[in-house]
Design a protein around this ligand. Structure first.
Ligand SMILES: Cc1ncc(COP(=O)(O)O)c(C=O)c1O
Length: 447
């Protein structure tokens, strides 16, 4: 391992400056978000984040899977600055915008499917999902939508109706949009049907065809199936290839739209531009957000011109497809294509093998899974019972923070690793040696 100057923790955490901000945050900021540890950020560059007390952290979160090109990449900063000095805003809802058109042409070319696609631009993942939900109903004239348990599609009312990940996200917001049916995902480590992938014949998809569609849900009333190609916030759950194939076939058989929410799994994160490519799936609609513009707010909902044929006035956004965000996205895609996707595949391969070694060594790692740099370790009480231990998972994340490694949880008991795609092998080694220390201390009872 070569010497790196990070992480470097200089103060007790939170440090004195952070404490002051945390007190004010409590007073002035909505308490509705979940912040796992008291990181108050001053600046960030590449793989590292510096807090307001000059503590330096190694970031294995990418600001929640957003900064795929690393923090403040020089070329992203240059393209944003140059665009900001030329044009910041002239709403794409009412006026034409060359950068939107340029980015839409690029997305049409790179999204799965060798046909021309159209793009609707929003500002967040939830907005792209809302747009897809509306388009699905508009295009099919059908009302029912199917989504999955553990799915996270966002928190606005339409997107929240599809989300079924954590109770707090839905509590006291009911009723949501009617006619959304949730079904079990292919979470093979904890198969809903008690089966294993080698003998299940995709029972979770067969159940839709043979039970759901024959008892409760008329398939000719189903507009779309919303699916995360890899479930993100719900646990970084990677289904078998056959799951998506069988699900896709089901949608072909009943003229149902297959909508892939790639807000988190897209933009190179899994070692391919889109996770759909690992599964040989060409979604009818694809939603993109998070990593698309290296930290600037932007999302995209992409569909064929045949599907995206709604009338003027059907849907629009004042800020969606802002020129500065579009410029950042064009530079992001270029950087991904010029090597970052390949690096994600290479480093991800190395990292998952190292994580699997830890899984074999430590009894509290029940499962290691993922593709590219969308990786997770599920923490359990023991490998036999697979009992969820969210408090142990949270304490590992806290320990990592105190040692200068930023991690996030996902699902009920898993830890996700979603570093910037620029990372080097040394970064993986540093992160995993800290993670290992945290596991050892946890097992030895040093909570
Ligand atoms: C798959 C998926 N869809 C939608 C969203 C919502 O994105 P946003 O928070 O930008 O609204 C997320 C956010 O985590 C996500 O992971």
């Amino acid at each position: 391992m070569t010497f790196k100057s990070y992480p470097c923790i200089r103060t007790k955490l939170p440090g004195p400056n952070a404490v002051q901000y945390l007190e004010k945050e409590k007073k002035y900021i909505s308490p509705s978000s979940t912040k796992g540890y008291p990181l108050v950020v001053k600046s960030a560059k590449g793989m590292v984040v510096t807090d307001v007390d000059d503590n330096i952290f190694l970031d294995f979160t990418s600001g929640v899977a957003v900064c795929n090109t690393g923090h403040n990449h020089d070329q992203i900063v240059a393209s944003i600055s140059s665009q900001a000095s030329t044009l910041i805003h002239m709403s794409g809802a009412d006026f034409y915008n060359p950068l939107q058109i340029q980015l839409a042409e690029k997305l049409s070319a790179i999204c799965p499917g060798s046909y021309t696609k159209r793009v609707f631009f929003g500002n967040s993942g939830a907005e792209s999902v809302e747009a897809a939900f509306k388009l699905a109903r508009y295009h099919t004239k059908r009302s029912i939508v199917i989504a999955f348990y553990n799915a996270f599609h966002g928190r606005t009312m339409g997107a929240l109706s599809l989300t079924a990940s954590k109770l707090n996200q839905r509590k006291h917001f009911l009723p949501l949009i009617p006619e959304v049916i949730h079904i079990p995902y292919a979470y093979c480590y904890r198969c809903h049907y008690g089966l294993t992938p080698d003998n299940c014949h995709m029972a979770c998809v067969t159940w839709i065809r043979e039970e759901l569609f024959k008892t409760k849900v008329p398939p000719e009333d189903v507009a779309a199936i919303f699916v995360e190609i890899i479930q993100g916030e719900g646990g970084y759950i990677v289904p078998p290839k056959e799951f998506h194939k069988a699900l896709y076939q089901l949608t072909r058989d009943f003229n149902i739209l297959y909508i892939a929410d790639e807000a988190q799994s897209g933009m190179g994160r899994t070692g391919r531009m889109f996770a759909s490519e690992h599964f040989d799936i060409v979604p009818d609609i694809i939603t993109l957000a998070k990593g698309i513009a290296s930290g600037l707010p932007l999302s995209a909902m992409v569909a064929s011109e045949k599907i995206m044929n709604w009338l003027p006035g059907s849907h629009a956004s004042t800020f969606g497809g802002n020129p500065v965000s579009c410029q950042a996205a064009l530079t992001t895609i270029r950087l991904l294509e010029e090597g970052l996707i390949d690096n994600a595949a290479k480093q991800g391969n190395y990292m998952i093998n190292e994580l699997k070694k830890l899984e074999r060594t430590y009894p509290i790692i029940g499962d290691v899974r993922g593709l590219g740099l969308m990786l997770a370790a599920e923490i359990v009480k023991d490998k036999q019972t697979k009992e969820y231990v969210p408090e142990v998972r949270d304490s590992i994340i806290q320990k990592a923070f105190s040692k200068g490694l930023l991690l996030l949880g996902c699902g009920r008991s898993a830890i996700r690793f979603c570093p910037p795609l620029i990372l080097a092998k040394d970064d993986v080694d540093i992160a995993l040696s800290i993670f290992k220390e945290c596991l050892v201390e946890t097992i030895q009872g040093k909570f």
